[in-house]
Design a protein around this ligand. Structure first.
Ligand SMILES: *[C@@H]1O[C@H](CO)[C@@H](O)[C@H](O)[C@H]1NC(C)=O
Ligand SMILES: *[C@@H]1O[C@H](CO)[C@@H](O)[C@H](O)[C@H]1NC(C)=O
Ligand SMILES: *[C@@H]1O[C@H](CO)[C@@H](O)[C@H](O)[C@H]1NC(C)=O
Length: 524
Protein backbone atom coordinates (compact mmCIF):
# COMPACT_ATOMS: atom_id res chain seq x y z
CA UNK A 1 0.00 0.00 0.00
CA UNK A 2 2.77 2.42 0.94
CA UNK A 3 4.45 1.59 -2.36
CA UNK A 4 1.26 2.36 -4.21
CA UNK A 5 0.81 5.71 -2.50
CA UNK A 6 4.43 6.58 -3.18
CA UNK A 7 4.09 5.63 -6.84
CA UNK A 8 0.94 7.77 -7.08
CA UNK A 9 2.78 10.73 -5.66
CA UNK A 10 5.72 10.17 -7.96
CA UNK A 11 3.55 9.96 -11.04
CA UNK A 12 1.67 13.13 -10.12
CA UNK A 13 4.61 15.19 -8.97
CA UNK A 14 7.18 14.14 -11.53
CA UNK A 15 9.49 17.16 -11.74
CA UNK A 16 9.34 18.96 -15.02
CA UNK A 17 12.54 18.98 -17.00
CA UNK A 18 14.33 15.93 -15.64
CA UNK A 19 16.28 14.66 -18.64
CA UNK A 20 15.76 11.24 -20.26
CA UNK A 21 18.09 9.47 -20.87
CA UNK A 22 20.11 10.72 -17.91
CA UNK A 23 23.16 12.75 -19.04
CA UNK A 24 26.61 11.68 -17.85
CA UNK A 25 27.27 14.77 -15.73
CA UNK A 26 24.70 17.32 -14.61
CA UNK A 27 25.48 20.21 -12.31
CA UNK A 28 22.65 22.43 -11.22
CA UNK A 29 23.91 25.59 -9.65
CA UNK A 30 23.84 25.18 -5.88
CA UNK A 31 22.23 28.57 -5.24
CA UNK A 32 19.50 27.82 -7.73
CA UNK A 33 19.11 30.53 -10.30
CA UNK A 34 17.05 30.44 -13.40
CA UNK A 35 15.76 32.58 -16.18
CA UNK A 36 12.43 32.99 -17.83
CA UNK A 37 12.06 31.74 -21.37
CA UNK A 38 9.58 33.37 -23.65
CA UNK A 39 9.22 31.01 -26.63
CA UNK A 40 8.26 33.86 -28.92
CA UNK A 41 11.43 35.76 -28.05
CA UNK A 42 13.85 32.88 -27.78
CA UNK A 43 16.20 32.05 -30.63
CA UNK A 44 18.76 29.44 -31.57
CA UNK A 45 21.88 30.52 -33.42
CA UNK A 46 25.47 29.70 -34.32
CA UNK A 47 28.34 30.86 -32.13
CA UNK A 48 31.06 32.83 -33.92
CA UNK A 49 33.50 30.06 -32.98
CA UNK A 50 31.42 27.43 -34.80
CA UNK A 51 32.86 25.65 -37.83
CA UNK A 52 29.34 25.29 -39.24
CA UNK A 53 26.88 28.12 -39.66
CA UNK A 54 23.66 29.13 -41.39
CA UNK A 55 22.99 26.86 -44.34
CA UNK A 56 23.83 23.72 -42.37
CA UNK A 57 20.55 21.90 -42.94
CA UNK A 58 20.96 19.47 -40.05
CA UNK A 59 21.14 22.31 -37.53
CA UNK A 60 19.00 24.94 -39.30
CA UNK A 61 16.14 22.46 -39.32
CA UNK A 62 16.82 21.26 -35.79
CA UNK A 63 16.58 24.86 -34.58
CA UNK A 64 13.15 25.14 -36.17
CA UNK A 65 11.98 21.82 -34.75
CA UNK A 66 13.09 22.59 -31.24
CA UNK A 67 11.74 26.10 -31.38
CA UNK A 68 8.35 24.63 -32.34
CA UNK A 69 8.60 22.09 -29.51
CA UNK A 70 9.20 24.87 -27.01
CA UNK A 71 6.20 26.75 -28.34
CA UNK A 72 4.13 23.59 -28.47
CA UNK A 73 4.49 23.43 -24.72
CA UNK A 74 1.07 25.10 -24.36
CA UNK A 75 0.02 28.72 -24.07
CA UNK A 76 2.68 30.85 -22.44
CA UNK A 77 1.92 33.14 -19.54
CA UNK A 78 1.47 36.80 -20.46
CA UNK A 79 4.81 38.52 -20.91
CA UNK A 80 4.43 40.68 -17.84
CA UNK A 81 3.45 37.92 -15.42
CA UNK A 82 6.98 37.50 -14.08
CA UNK A 83 8.70 40.45 -15.60
CA UNK A 84 11.02 40.92 -12.63
CA UNK A 85 12.77 37.65 -13.44
CA UNK A 86 15.61 37.75 -15.99
CA UNK A 87 14.73 36.68 -19.48
CA UNK A 88 16.82 34.11 -21.36
CA UNK A 89 16.85 34.83 -25.05
CA UNK A 90 19.43 32.81 -26.92
CA UNK A 91 21.19 29.48 -27.24
CA UNK A 92 24.32 29.50 -29.38
CA UNK A 93 25.72 26.33 -30.88
CA UNK A 94 29.38 25.81 -31.60
CA UNK A 95 30.44 22.79 -33.64
CA UNK A 96 34.15 22.01 -33.99
CA UNK A 97 34.24 20.05 -37.25
CA UNK A 98 32.99 21.67 -40.46
CA UNK A 99 30.85 18.77 -41.70
CA UNK A 100 27.18 19.08 -42.32
CA UNK A 101 26.10 17.14 -45.35
CA UNK A 102 27.17 13.62 -44.53
CA UNK A 103 25.48 10.73 -42.84
CA UNK A 104 26.01 9.72 -39.24
CA UNK A 105 28.00 6.51 -38.89
CA UNK A 106 29.32 4.13 -36.28
CA UNK A 107 32.21 6.49 -35.47
CA UNK A 108 30.19 9.70 -35.19
CA UNK A 109 31.04 11.67 -32.07
CA UNK A 110 27.84 12.47 -30.20
CA UNK A 111 29.28 14.15 -27.13
CA UNK A 112 28.33 17.71 -26.24
CA UNK A 113 28.55 20.29 -23.49
CA UNK A 114 25.64 22.48 -22.56
CA UNK A 115 25.65 25.45 -20.23
CA UNK A 116 22.61 27.48 -19.28
CA UNK A 117 24.35 29.24 -16.43
CA UNK A 118 24.93 32.47 -18.36
CA UNK A 119 23.39 34.31 -21.26
CA UNK A 120 23.68 33.40 -24.06
CA UNK A 121 23.39 29.68 -23.38
CA UNK A 122 26.17 27.70 -25.02
CA UNK A 123 26.03 24.28 -26.61
CA UNK A 124 29.35 22.98 -27.93
CA UNK A 125 30.11 19.73 -29.65
CA UNK A 126 32.60 18.02 -31.89
CA UNK A 127 30.04 17.23 -34.61
CA UNK A 128 26.56 18.28 -35.70
CA UNK A 129 25.33 14.94 -34.35
CA UNK A 130 26.46 15.86 -30.86
CA UNK A 131 24.76 19.23 -31.24
CA UNK A 132 21.48 17.43 -32.02
CA UNK A 133 21.77 15.43 -28.81
CA UNK A 134 22.46 18.61 -26.88
CA UNK A 135 19.45 20.40 -28.36
CA UNK A 136 17.27 17.53 -27.24
CA UNK A 137 18.65 17.77 -23.73
CA UNK A 138 18.11 21.51 -23.72
CA UNK A 139 14.48 21.09 -24.78
CA UNK A 140 13.92 18.82 -21.80
CA UNK A 141 15.45 21.33 -19.37
CA UNK A 142 12.70 23.83 -20.07
CA UNK A 143 9.95 23.59 -17.48
CA UNK A 144 6.82 25.50 -16.69
CA UNK A 145 5.29 26.61 -13.41
CA UNK A 146 1.60 26.57 -12.54
CA UNK A 147 0.86 29.97 -14.04
CA UNK A 148 2.41 28.98 -17.37
CA UNK A 149 5.77 30.73 -17.19
CA UNK A 150 8.66 28.83 -18.79
CA UNK A 151 11.98 28.53 -16.99
CA UNK A 152 15.43 27.14 -17.50
CA UNK A 153 17.50 26.51 -14.37
CA UNK A 154 21.19 27.37 -14.38
CA UNK A 155 22.70 24.04 -15.33
CA UNK A 156 25.94 22.67 -16.74
CA UNK A 157 25.91 19.37 -18.57
CA UNK A 158 28.72 17.26 -20.01
CA UNK A 159 27.33 14.34 -21.91
CA UNK A 160 28.25 11.46 -24.22
CA UNK A 161 26.79 8.05 -25.05
CA UNK A 162 28.00 4.91 -23.35
CA UNK A 163 27.45 2.79 -26.51
CA UNK A 164 27.86 3.81 -30.15
CA UNK A 165 25.00 1.68 -31.52
CA UNK A 166 21.62 2.40 -29.94
CA UNK A 167 19.03 0.94 -32.21
CA UNK A 168 15.37 0.25 -32.67
CA UNK A 169 14.02 -2.43 -35.02
CA UNK A 170 10.71 -2.05 -36.82
CA UNK A 171 9.20 -4.90 -38.81
CA UNK A 172 7.27 -3.73 -41.87
CA UNK A 173 6.50 -7.15 -43.29
CA UNK A 174 4.14 -8.76 -40.76
CA UNK A 175 2.15 -5.56 -40.97
CA UNK A 176 2.75 -2.66 -43.28
CA UNK A 177 3.55 0.51 -41.39
CA UNK A 178 2.66 3.74 -43.19
CA UNK A 179 5.62 6.04 -43.85
CA UNK A 180 4.03 8.55 -41.49
CA UNK A 181 4.28 6.01 -38.63
CA UNK A 182 7.95 5.42 -39.41
CA UNK A 183 8.66 9.15 -39.40
CA UNK A 184 6.88 9.58 -36.07
CA UNK A 185 8.97 6.73 -34.68
CA UNK A 186 12.13 8.50 -35.90
CA UNK A 187 11.01 11.64 -34.04
CA UNK A 188 10.47 9.71 -30.83
CA UNK A 189 13.79 7.93 -31.34
CA UNK A 190 15.55 11.30 -31.51
CA UNK A 191 13.81 12.37 -28.27
CA UNK A 192 15.33 9.22 -26.71
CA UNK A 193 18.76 9.70 -28.35
CA UNK A 194 18.47 6.44 -30.31
CA UNK A 195 20.75 6.59 -33.35
CA UNK A 196 20.04 3.50 -35.49
CA UNK A 197 16.81 2.60 -37.23
CA UNK A 198 17.02 -1.11 -38.11
CA UNK A 199 14.48 -1.52 -40.88
CA UNK A 200 13.41 -5.17 -41.06
CA UNK A 201 11.71 -4.29 -44.29
CA UNK A 202 10.67 -7.65 -45.80
CA UNK A 203 9.96 -11.14 -44.46
CA UNK A 204 7.68 -14.17 -45.08
CA UNK A 205 4.30 -12.40 -45.01
CA UNK A 206 4.93 -9.50 -47.37
CA UNK A 207 7.52 -7.74 -49.51
CA UNK A 208 6.73 -4.02 -49.39
CA UNK A 209 10.09 -2.76 -50.73
CA UNK A 210 9.69 -1.53 -54.29
CA UNK A 211 12.83 -2.68 -56.09
CA UNK A 212 13.99 -0.94 -59.25
CA UNK A 213 15.84 -4.04 -60.45
CA UNK A 214 13.04 -6.47 -59.58
CA UNK A 215 9.71 -4.62 -59.51
CA UNK A 216 7.83 -7.95 -59.54
CA UNK A 217 8.93 -8.63 -55.97
CA UNK A 218 6.60 -6.03 -54.46
CA UNK A 219 4.08 -6.24 -57.28
CA UNK A 220 3.46 -9.86 -56.35
CA UNK A 221 4.78 -9.97 -52.79
CA UNK A 222 3.34 -6.86 -51.12
CA UNK A 223 -0.03 -7.04 -49.36
CA UNK A 224 -1.14 -4.51 -51.93
CA UNK A 225 1.18 -3.19 -54.65
CA UNK A 226 -0.87 0.01 -54.78
CA UNK A 227 -0.99 0.96 -51.13
CA UNK A 228 1.30 -1.31 -49.08
CA UNK A 229 4.70 -0.57 -50.61
CA UNK A 230 7.69 1.66 -49.95
CA UNK A 231 8.57 3.45 -53.16
CA UNK A 232 12.03 4.72 -54.01
CA UNK A 233 10.89 8.14 -52.81
CA UNK A 234 9.45 6.77 -49.55
CA UNK A 235 12.76 5.12 -48.75
CA UNK A 236 14.67 8.31 -49.60
CA UNK A 237 12.33 10.30 -47.40
CA UNK A 238 12.86 7.96 -44.45
CA UNK A 239 16.65 8.02 -44.86
CA UNK A 240 16.80 11.82 -45.07
CA UNK A 241 14.36 12.32 -42.19
CA UNK A 242 16.53 10.01 -40.11
CA UNK A 243 19.77 11.73 -41.16
CA UNK A 244 18.42 15.11 -40.08
CA UNK A 245 17.93 13.57 -36.62
CA UNK A 246 21.33 11.89 -36.49
CA UNK A 247 19.86 8.44 -37.06
CA UNK A 248 21.40 5.80 -39.31
CA UNK A 249 19.10 3.55 -41.35
CA UNK A 250 20.25 -0.06 -41.59
CA UNK A 251 18.07 -2.18 -43.84
CA UNK A 252 17.57 -5.89 -43.38
CA UNK A 253 16.76 -8.17 -46.29
CA UNK A 254 16.74 -11.43 -44.36
CA UNK A 255 17.76 -14.59 -46.28
CA UNK A 256 17.85 -17.55 -46.90
CA UNK A 257 14.88 -18.16 -44.56
CA UNK A 258 12.05 -15.67 -44.00
CA UNK A 259 11.67 -15.21 -47.75
CA UNK A 260 8.26 -16.72 -48.65
CA UNK A 261 6.97 -13.38 -49.94
CA UNK A 262 9.88 -13.22 -52.40
CA UNK A 263 8.67 -16.35 -54.19
CA UNK A 264 5.83 -15.08 -56.41
CA UNK A 265 7.95 -12.25 -57.84
CA UNK A 266 11.11 -14.30 -58.30
CA UNK A 267 10.27 -17.67 -59.89
CA UNK A 268 12.87 -20.34 -59.19
CA UNK A 269 14.38 -18.50 -56.22
CA UNK A 270 12.78 -20.57 -53.46
CA UNK A 271 13.25 -24.28 -52.87
CA UNK A 272 10.24 -26.41 -53.93
CA UNK A 273 9.34 -28.69 -51.03
CA UNK A 274 8.53 -32.31 -51.75
CA UNK A 275 5.94 -34.69 -50.36
CA UNK A 276 7.58 -38.03 -51.02
CA UNK A 277 8.72 -38.00 -54.64
CA UNK A 278 6.56 -35.16 -55.93
CA UNK A 279 6.63 -31.41 -55.29
CA UNK A 280 4.06 -30.52 -52.63
CA UNK A 281 3.34 -27.10 -54.07
CA UNK A 282 4.82 -25.27 -51.10
CA UNK A 283 8.15 -23.52 -50.89
CA UNK A 284 10.99 -23.30 -48.40
CA UNK A 285 14.09 -21.11 -48.04
CA UNK A 286 16.05 -19.67 -50.94
CA UNK A 287 17.50 -22.43 -53.15
CA UNK A 288 21.22 -22.32 -52.41
CA UNK A 289 22.21 -24.82 -55.10
CA UNK A 290 21.55 -22.68 -58.17
CA UNK A 291 23.89 -20.17 -59.74
CA UNK A 292 20.84 -18.13 -60.71
CA UNK A 293 20.16 -17.56 -57.01
CA UNK A 294 23.50 -15.82 -56.58
CA UNK A 295 23.06 -13.79 -59.74
CA UNK A 296 19.72 -12.60 -58.38
CA UNK A 297 21.17 -11.77 -54.97
CA UNK A 298 24.12 -9.97 -56.54
CA UNK A 299 21.79 -7.72 -58.48
CA UNK A 300 19.31 -7.10 -55.68
CA UNK A 301 22.01 -6.32 -53.14
CA UNK A 302 23.84 -4.10 -55.62
CA UNK A 303 20.69 -1.98 -55.62
CA UNK A 304 20.18 -2.17 -51.86
CA UNK A 305 23.81 -1.20 -51.28
CA UNK A 306 23.34 2.04 -53.15
CA UNK A 307 19.84 2.87 -51.88
CA UNK A 308 20.90 2.55 -48.23
CA UNK A 309 23.99 4.68 -47.69
CA UNK A 310 25.05 3.21 -44.34
CA UNK A 311 28.24 1.16 -44.43
CA UNK A 312 26.37 -1.71 -42.78
CA UNK A 313 23.60 -3.88 -44.12
CA UNK A 314 21.81 -6.43 -41.95
CA UNK A 315 21.75 -9.74 -43.79
CA UNK A 316 19.58 -11.73 -41.40
CA UNK A 317 20.47 -15.41 -41.56
CA UNK A 318 18.23 -16.52 -38.70
CA UNK A 319 15.84 -19.44 -38.23
CA UNK A 320 16.45 -21.41 -41.39
CA UNK A 321 14.11 -24.40 -41.46
CA UNK A 322 15.84 -27.40 -43.00
CA UNK A 323 12.79 -29.66 -43.54
CA UNK A 324 12.05 -28.35 -47.03
CA UNK A 325 15.68 -28.56 -48.15
CA UNK A 326 15.78 -32.12 -46.79
CA UNK A 327 12.67 -33.10 -48.75
CA UNK A 328 14.03 -31.94 -52.12
CA UNK A 329 15.98 -34.56 -54.14
CA UNK A 330 18.04 -31.97 -56.03
CA UNK A 331 19.15 -30.37 -52.80
CA UNK A 332 20.02 -33.81 -51.44
CA UNK A 333 22.17 -34.66 -54.43
CA UNK A 334 23.90 -31.27 -54.17
CA UNK A 335 24.62 -32.04 -50.51
CA UNK A 336 26.19 -35.30 -51.58
CA UNK A 337 28.22 -33.70 -54.35
CA UNK A 338 29.54 -31.07 -51.90
CA UNK A 339 30.33 -33.67 -49.23
CA UNK A 340 28.04 -31.99 -46.66
CA UNK A 341 26.60 -35.34 -45.47
CA UNK A 342 23.38 -34.71 -43.56
CA UNK A 343 24.55 -31.42 -42.10
CA UNK A 344 22.22 -28.80 -43.55
CA UNK A 345 23.92 -26.09 -41.50
CA UNK A 346 26.81 -26.59 -43.91
CA UNK A 347 24.51 -25.85 -46.81
CA UNK A 348 23.26 -22.73 -45.07
CA UNK A 349 26.85 -21.68 -44.46
CA UNK A 350 27.66 -22.29 -48.11
CA UNK A 351 24.88 -19.88 -49.07
CA UNK A 352 25.73 -17.21 -46.49
CA UNK A 353 29.39 -17.40 -47.41
CA UNK A 354 28.66 -16.60 -51.04
CA UNK A 355 26.26 -13.83 -50.08
CA UNK A 356 28.84 -12.24 -47.80
CA UNK A 357 31.40 -12.36 -50.60
CA UNK A 358 28.98 -10.50 -52.84
CA UNK A 359 28.45 -7.81 -50.20
CA UNK A 360 32.16 -7.47 -49.58
CA UNK A 361 32.73 -6.89 -53.27
CA UNK A 362 30.39 -3.87 -52.98
CA UNK A 363 32.51 -2.45 -50.17
CA UNK A 364 29.80 -2.95 -47.56
CA UNK A 365 30.02 -4.18 -44.01
CA UNK A 366 27.41 -6.46 -42.55
CA UNK A 367 25.51 -7.45 -39.48
CA UNK A 368 23.99 -10.91 -39.10
CA UNK A 369 21.80 -12.68 -36.58
CA UNK A 370 23.66 -14.97 -34.21
CA UNK A 371 22.93 -18.26 -36.03
CA UNK A 372 25.40 -17.32 -38.75
CA UNK A 373 28.13 -17.25 -36.10
CA UNK A 374 26.74 -20.29 -34.28
CA UNK A 375 26.92 -22.31 -37.49
CA UNK A 376 30.55 -21.43 -38.00
CA UNK A 377 30.21 -19.42 -41.19
CA UNK A 378 33.48 -17.71 -42.03
CA UNK A 379 32.68 -14.00 -41.76
CA UNK A 380 34.85 -10.93 -42.15
CA UNK A 381 36.54 -9.84 -38.92
CA UNK A 382 34.52 -6.61 -38.85
CA UNK A 383 31.17 -8.44 -38.94
CA UNK A 384 28.71 -7.52 -36.21
CA UNK A 385 26.94 -10.46 -34.58
CA UNK A 386 23.41 -9.68 -33.41
CA UNK A 387 22.50 -11.68 -30.29
CA UNK A 388 18.79 -12.31 -30.08
CA UNK A 389 17.96 -15.83 -28.90
CA UNK A 390 16.45 -16.08 -25.46
CA UNK A 391 15.76 -19.79 -25.43
CA UNK A 392 19.13 -21.09 -26.57
CA UNK A 393 20.77 -20.74 -23.17
CA UNK A 394 21.41 -17.44 -21.44
CA UNK A 395 22.27 -14.70 -23.90
CA UNK A 396 25.19 -13.77 -21.65
CA UNK A 397 26.94 -16.97 -22.75
CA UNK A 398 26.42 -16.07 -26.39
CA UNK A 399 27.83 -12.58 -25.76
CA UNK A 400 30.87 -14.25 -24.22
CA UNK A 401 31.29 -16.68 -27.14
CA UNK A 402 30.92 -14.01 -29.81
CA UNK A 403 33.42 -11.67 -28.17
CA UNK A 404 35.85 -14.50 -27.36
CA UNK A 405 35.94 -15.16 -31.08
CA UNK A 406 36.85 -11.49 -31.53
CA UNK A 407 33.63 -10.31 -33.19
CA UNK A 408 31.70 -7.23 -32.27
CA UNK A 409 28.39 -7.95 -30.57
CA UNK A 410 25.04 -6.24 -30.56
CA UNK A 411 22.47 -7.18 -27.91
CA UNK A 412 18.73 -7.61 -28.45
CA UNK A 413 17.79 -10.83 -26.64
CA UNK A 414 16.37 -9.16 -23.50
CA UNK A 415 14.83 -6.29 -25.48
CA UNK A 416 12.01 -7.82 -27.50
CA UNK A 417 9.47 -5.12 -26.74
CA UNK A 418 6.79 -6.85 -28.81
CA UNK A 419 6.57 -9.21 -25.82
CA UNK A 420 4.24 -7.59 -23.31
CA UNK A 421 3.05 -8.47 -19.87
CA UNK A 422 0.83 -6.93 -17.21
CA UNK A 423 2.54 -4.32 -15.07
CA UNK A 424 5.69 -2.30 -15.46
CA UNK A 425 7.57 -4.52 -17.85
CA UNK A 426 9.90 -1.64 -18.83
CA UNK A 427 11.74 -2.41 -15.61
CA UNK A 428 13.10 -5.75 -16.83
CA UNK A 429 14.46 -4.05 -19.96
CA UNK A 430 15.92 -1.31 -17.79
CA UNK A 431 17.71 -3.67 -15.45
CA UNK A 432 19.67 -5.39 -18.20
CA UNK A 433 23.41 -4.78 -18.06
CA UNK A 434 24.87 -5.47 -21.52
CA UNK A 435 28.41 -6.05 -20.23
CA UNK A 436 27.38 -8.51 -17.55
CA UNK A 437 28.94 -11.66 -18.96
CA UNK A 438 32.16 -13.48 -18.33
CA UNK A 439 34.92 -11.95 -20.35
CA UNK A 440 38.00 -9.76 -20.40
CA UNK A 441 37.91 -5.96 -20.68
CA UNK A 442 38.94 -6.42 -24.33
CA UNK A 443 35.86 -8.55 -24.88
CA UNK A 444 33.62 -5.94 -23.26
CA UNK A 445 35.06 -3.36 -25.67
CA UNK A 446 33.61 -5.42 -28.52
CA UNK A 447 30.02 -4.80 -27.37
CA UNK A 448 28.97 -1.90 -29.56
CA UNK A 449 25.48 -1.54 -28.10
CA UNK A 450 22.05 -2.99 -28.60
CA UNK A 451 18.67 -2.70 -30.21
CA UNK A 452 15.12 -2.72 -28.95
CA UNK A 453 13.01 -4.89 -31.28
CA UNK A 454 9.36 -4.43 -32.18
CA UNK A 455 8.37 -7.44 -34.25
CA UNK A 456 5.13 -6.98 -36.10
CA UNK A 457 3.01 -10.13 -35.72
CA UNK A 458 0.62 -8.31 -33.39
CA UNK A 459 1.60 -4.73 -34.14
CA UNK A 460 0.42 -2.34 -36.80
CA UNK A 461 -0.14 1.39 -36.96
CA UNK A 462 -2.96 1.19 -34.36
CA UNK A 463 -0.76 0.05 -31.49
CA UNK A 464 2.83 0.65 -32.57
CA UNK A 465 3.40 3.92 -30.76
CA UNK A 466 1.87 3.09 -27.36
CA UNK A 467 3.63 -0.27 -27.32
CA UNK A 468 6.98 1.34 -28.11
CA UNK A 469 6.88 4.36 -25.85
CA UNK A 470 7.90 4.93 -23.21
CA UNK A 471 9.01 1.26 -22.88
CA UNK A 472 11.78 1.60 -25.47
CA UNK A 473 13.02 4.52 -23.40
CA UNK A 474 14.27 1.96 -20.87
CA UNK A 475 16.61 0.56 -23.52
CA UNK A 476 17.56 4.06 -24.66
CA UNK A 477 18.75 5.02 -21.18
CA UNK A 478 20.58 1.73 -20.65
CA UNK A 479 22.52 2.33 -23.85
CA UNK A 480 23.19 6.05 -23.35
CA UNK A 481 23.70 6.66 -19.64
CA UNK A 482 26.39 5.63 -17.18
CA UNK A 483 26.02 2.02 -16.05
CA UNK A 484 25.56 3.25 -12.48
CA UNK A 485 22.28 4.95 -13.47
CA UNK A 486 19.97 2.09 -12.54
CA UNK A 487 17.82 3.08 -9.60
CA UNK A 488 14.28 2.02 -10.53
CA UNK A 489 12.46 4.48 -8.30
CA UNK A 490 14.43 7.41 -9.63
CA UNK A 491 14.11 6.16 -13.20
CA UNK A 492 10.35 5.85 -12.74
CA UNK A 493 10.10 9.49 -11.75
CA UNK A 494 12.04 10.73 -14.74
CA UNK A 495 10.45 8.31 -17.21
CA UNK A 496 6.96 9.30 -16.08
CA UNK A 497 7.89 12.97 -16.60
CA UNK A 498 9.45 12.15 -19.96
CA UNK A 499 6.29 10.35 -21.00
CA UNK A 500 4.38 13.58 -20.36
CA UNK A 501 6.87 15.38 -22.62
CA UNK A 502 6.20 12.77 -25.32
CA UNK A 503 2.44 13.36 -25.01
CA UNK A 504 2.94 17.09 -25.34
CA UNK A 505 4.88 16.42 -28.50
CA UNK A 506 2.03 14.37 -29.92
CA UNK A 507 3.47 10.89 -29.30
CA UNK A 508 0.79 8.49 -27.96
CA UNK A 509 3.03 7.01 -25.27
CA UNK A 510 1.20 4.69 -22.88
CA UNK A 511 1.20 5.31 -19.11
CA UNK A 512 3.67 3.59 -16.80
CA UNK A 513 1.19 3.48 -13.96
CA UNK A 514 -1.46 5.65 -12.27
CA UNK A 515 -1.06 9.41 -12.48
CA UNK A 516 -1.69 12.24 -14.88
CA UNK A 517 0.01 14.59 -17.30
CA UNK A 518 -0.72 18.25 -17.70
CA UNK A 519 -1.71 18.64 -20.43
CA UNK A 520 -2.92 15.14 -21.25
CA UNK A 521 -2.67 13.75 -24.77
CA UNK A 522 -4.95 15.74 -27.03
CA UNK A 523 -4.03 14.57 -30.49
CA UNK A 524 -7.25 12.83 -31.43
C1 LIG B 1 14.69 24.06 -11.12
O1 LIG B 1 14.96 24.51 -9.84
C2 LIG B 1 13.87 24.41 -8.94
C3 LIG B 1 14.31 25.00 -7.63
O2 LIG B 1 14.76 26.32 -7.81
C4 LIG B 1 13.48 22.95 -8.77
O3 LIG B 1 12.34 22.87 -7.94
C5 LIG B 1 13.16 22.36 -10.13
O4 LIG B 1 12.93 20.98 -10.00
C6 LIG B 1 14.30 22.59 -11.09
N1 LIG B 1 13.86 22.15 -12.38
C7 LIG B 1 14.65 21.54 -13.20
C8 LIG B 1 14.11 21.20 -14.53
O5 LIG B 1 15.78 21.23 -12.98
C1 LIG C 1 27.80 -22.36 -61.60
O1 LIG C 1 28.90 -21.53 -61.40
C2 LIG C 1 30.10 -22.21 -61.18
C3 LIG C 1 31.19 -21.21 -60.82
O2 LIG C 1 30.87 -19.94 -61.25
C4 LIG C 1 30.44 -23.03 -62.43
O3 LIG C 1 31.63 -23.75 -62.21
C5 LIG C 1 29.31 -23.98 -62.72
O4 LIG C 1 29.55 -24.67 -63.93
C6 LIG C 1 27.99 -23.24 -62.82
N1 LIG C 1 26.91 -24.22 -62.92
C7 LIG C 1 25.94 -24.11 -63.80
C8 LIG C 1 24.92 -25.20 -63.78
O5 LIG C 1 25.87 -23.20 -64.61
C1 LIG D 1 30.21 6.31 -14.38
O1 LIG D 1 29.98 6.69 -13.06
C2 LIG D 1 30.97 6.25 -12.15
C3 LIG D 1 30.48 6.59 -10.75
O2 LIG D 1 29.99 7.89 -10.69
C4 LIG D 1 32.29 6.90 -12.50
O3 LIG D 1 33.30 6.44 -11.63
C5 LIG D 1 32.64 6.57 -13.92
O4 LIG D 1 33.80 7.26 -14.32
C6 LIG D 1 31.50 6.94 -14.86
N1 LIG D 1 31.80 6.47 -16.19
C7 LIG D 1 32.00 7.30 -17.17
C8 LIG D 1 32.31 6.67 -18.48
O5 LIG D 1 31.92 8.51 -17.05
Amino acid sequence: MAGLVLALLLAGLAPAGAVWPQPQLVREWPGGGRCRLSPARFRFGYASSSAVGPGCAVLDQAFQRYWRLLCGFGPAAPEDARSWEPLCTELLVSVATPHCDGFPDMDSVESYKLSTSEEPFLLSSESVWGALRGLETFSQLVWRDEDGTFYVNKTDIVDFPRFAHRGLLLDTSRHYLPVRAILETLDAMAYNKFNVFHWHIVDDPSFPYESTAFPELSRKGAYSPATHVYTVNDVKLVIEYARLRGIRVISEFDTPGHTLSWGPGAPGLLTPCYAGSIPSGSYGPVNPTLNATYQFMAELFREVSTVFPDFYLHLGGDEVDFTCWRSNPEIRSFMQKMGFGQDYAKLESFYIQRLLNILSSYGKGYMVWQEVFDNGVKVKPDTIIHVWRENAGPYQQEMARVTTAGYRALLSAPWYLNHISYGQDWQAAYQVEPLEFEGSPEQKELVIGGEACMWGEYVDVTNLTPRLWPRAGAVAERLWSNETVRNLQEAYTRLAAFRCILLRRGIRAQPLFTGFCNPEYSGF
